[in-house]
Design a protein around this ligand. Structure first.
Ligand code: SF4
Ligand code: SF4
Length: 149
């Protein structure tokens, strides 16, 4: 059985509440929309290490040993959840990526669903939206159960 402390290294407290509530309601995270290149997600970044979202400089330096490409990120403070927040030095004054073709996977995958479970939210002005939805197969299951009566 997974311990709460293990879950809290992956999810923030708020993220864990979201995760458990969604499990109970049979919901999933749906991401819609598109990017309009405002660059705001490169100014407020949470990074994940082997033991979950980074909370201390020490954890960040441990990640740097393994992933030197993360050196482009600078610590700017902490967010409401107590996770370190970074900005990227590759962001130009025009809010564009200095080397768009060689972005990191975390950049190309943004916004990843895990953002929602670390208690995070999309940056202001982002063209994407995150919603909790009930998947079609759940409605189908309900309809089939109804038909069996
Ligand atoms: S590498 Fe480019 S896309 Fe990734 S955070 Fe930095 S500026 Fe943004
Ligand atoms: S914040 Fe959203 S819209 Fe702006 S660059 Fe990032 S993904 Fe694109």
């Amino acid at each position: 059985m997974v311990k709460i402390s293990q879950l809290l290294s992956t999810y923030s407290f708020m993220g864990l509440i979201r995760y458990l509530r969604m499990r109970m309601l049979g919901k999933v995270v749906l991401i819609t929309g598109n990017c309009h290149c405002c660059g705001n997600c490169c100014r407020k970044i949470n990074l994940e290490g082997a033991r979950g979202w980074l909370r201390s400089e020490k954890e960040y330096y441990a990640v740097l040993d393994k992933y030197p490409e993360y050196e482009r990120f600078q610590i700017t403070g902490k967010d409401d959840q107590g996770f370190l927040q970074f900005s990227c030095t590759w962001l130009t004054d025009q809010s564009l990526c200095r080397d768009h073709d060689n972005r990191l996977p975390l950049c190309t995958n943004f916004p990843d669903k895990s953002l929602y479970f670390c208690g995070g939210k999309l940056p202001p002005g982002c063209g994407y939206a995150i919603a909790e939805v009930r998947p079609f197969d759940k409605y189908l299951e309900d309809a089939l159960k109804g038909g069996e009566k």
